[in-house]
Design a protein around this ligand. Structure first.
Ligand code: SAM
Ligand code: SF4
Length: 336
C-alpha cells in the first residue's frame, strides 16, 4: 500500500498550513487610525519589496508545497503596481484566490475579477456614517466604498464586510450593520480591535463576541438569531437573523483566539515569512530568492518555529502587555 506523503507545511503542533496571506504593498490610500500610526510608517526601500515576478515565483513555491488558498492584502492591494498581472497569473494556479481591500478602487477592477473568476472580495468598512468614516480613515471616500459594496453585491460576488469594532467609536452601529444583511447578501464580520505597534490599543476598547451578541439580541431577539455551523479552519463565529439574506460573524482574536485550528501563514510585502500575525520573528524569503537559494527549507524551518498560541503570548497578561504586544510590525506592514 502506498503511504500518504507527509504534508510539508505542518508545524510542530500538527497544524497543516494551507492558507497564505500575501501583503502586496505597505502603502495605502487610507490612514485608518487603528492600523496606521498617525505619523505614518517608515516604508521599506523600494528595492526591498517584491516585484510582480517575485510575488508569482514565491507564491508558486508555496503552492507546490500544498497551499490551496491565497488572499491578497496590504496596505491596499489594489494600488500595487501590476496588480492586474498578479491577479491574472495567480488566478491560473490551482488555488482559491481572494482579496481584502478598502474598496476605494474596486469599480475599476470589476471586469478583471469577473474574467479571472475571483469571487471572494472582503471590503473594510467600519461605519455607515460619512463623517465618522472620515474621522476613522482620515480620508473622504465613504461614498465610493458604499457604491462599490453595492456594485459587487449586485454582481454576485461573495462580499464580506470587515468591521473593526471599537468601544466608543462604532459600537453603537452594530445593529445598523446587521440590518444591512436584511436585503443584501453580504457577510458582516465584526473584528475585535487588536494591539499593534503604535495603535493606542487597550483592553477597554475591545468589544467581545458576547457583547456583540447581547446588543444584537436587544434589537432582533435571541429567538431570531441563528448560529451557523462553523467553517473548517474558520476564524469567525457566524450567525444569521431569521429571514435575512446575508449573515454576520465575529472574529474574536482577542477574547477567544482560534490558534488551535490556525492554517495561516503570511508573506509581507518585503518578502518575509511570518508564521503568525503576532510572531516577532520572520524569515526573509525574498533575499534568499534573489540569491538563487532554494526557499523551501527556509519555509519549513520557519514553520517549525511557530508557537502554539498568538506568537507565544500564551496568557492574556502577556497579550495585553504593551511591552510585548507592541513589539510587532503595524498591521499595515503585516497585512491583516
Ligand atoms: N487595506 C485593506 C483593507 O483595509 O481591507 C487590506 C489591508 S488591512 C491591514 C486588512 C484588515 O485588517 C482590514 O479589514 C482592517 O480593518 C484590519 N485591521 C487593521 N488593523 C486592525 C487592528 N488593529 N485590529 C483588528 N483589525 C485590524
Ligand atoms: Fe489602509 Fe486597510 Fe490599514 Fe485602513 S486598514 S489604513 S485601508 S491598510
Amino acid at each position: 500500500m502506498p503511504t500518504e506523503k507527509p504534508y510539508l507545511l505542518t508545524d510542530q503542533f500538527g497544524r497543516k498550513h494551507e492558507y497564505l496571506r500575501i501583503s502586496l504593498t505597505e502603502r495605502c490610500n487610507l490612514r485608518c487610525f487603528y492600523c496606521m500610526p498617525e505619523e505614518g510608517i517608515e516604508l521599506s526601500e523600494k528595492s526591498h519589496l517584491m516585484s510582480h515576478e517575485e510575488v508569482i515565483s514565491i507564491t508558486k513555491t508555496f503552492v507546490s508545497m500544498g497551499v490551496k488558498k491565497i488572499r491578497l492584502t496590504g496596505g491596499e492591494p489594489l494600488i500595487k503596481k501590476n496588480i492586474e498581472k498578479i491577479i491574472v497569473e495567480l488566478s491560473q494556479l490551482p488555488i482559491n484566490l481572494g482579496i481584502t481591500t478598502n474598496g476605494i478602487l474596486l469599480e475599476k477592477y470589476l471586469h478583471l475579477f469577473k474574467e479571472t473568476g475571483v469571487k471572494d472580495i472582503n471590503i473594510s468598512l467600519d461605519t455607515l456614517d460619512k463623517k465618522k468614516f472620515k474621522e476613522i480613515t482620515r480620508r473622504d471616500y465613504f461614498d465610493r466604498v458604499i457604491n462599490n459594496i453595492n456594485l459587487y453585491e449586485a454582481n454576485g460576488f461573495n462580499v464580506k464586510i470587515n468591521n473593526v469594532i471599537i468601544k466608543g467609536v462604532n459600537d453603537n452601529e452594530i445593529n445598523d450593520f446587521i440590518e444591512l444583511t436584511k436585503d443584501k447578501n453580504v457577510a458582516i464580520r465584526f473584528i475585535e480591535f487588536m494591539p499593534f505597534d503604535g495603535n493606542k490599543w487597550n483592553t477597554e476598547k475591545v468589544i467581545t463576541l458576547k457583547e456583540i451578541l447581547s446588543k444584537a439580541e436587544e434589537k432582533f431577539g435571541s429567538e431570531n438569531i441563528v448560529a451557523l455551523p462553523s467553517k473548517k479552519n474558520g476564524t469567525a463565529k457566524n450567525f444569521k437573523i431569521n429571514g435575512y439574506k446575508g449573515e454576520f460573524g465575529v472574529i474574536s482574536t482577542v477574547s477567544n483566539p482560534f490558534c488551535d485550528s490556525c492554517n495561516r501563514i503570511r508573506l509581507t510585502a518585503n518578502g518575509s515569512l511570518k508564521n503568525c500575525l503576532f510572531s516577532s520573528s520572520e524569515t526573509n524569503l525574498l533575499q534568499a530568492l534573489r540569491n538563487k537559494e532554494d526557499i523551501r527549507p527556509l519555509i519549513i524551518k520557519n514553520l517549525k518555529l511557530k508557537k502554539a498560541v498568538r506568537g507565544g503570548m500564551t496568557s492574556d497578561e502577556d497579550f495585553f502587555d504593551p511591552e510585548k504586544n507592541a513589539n510587532n510590525r503595524t498591521m499595515i506592514a503585516i497585512g491583516g
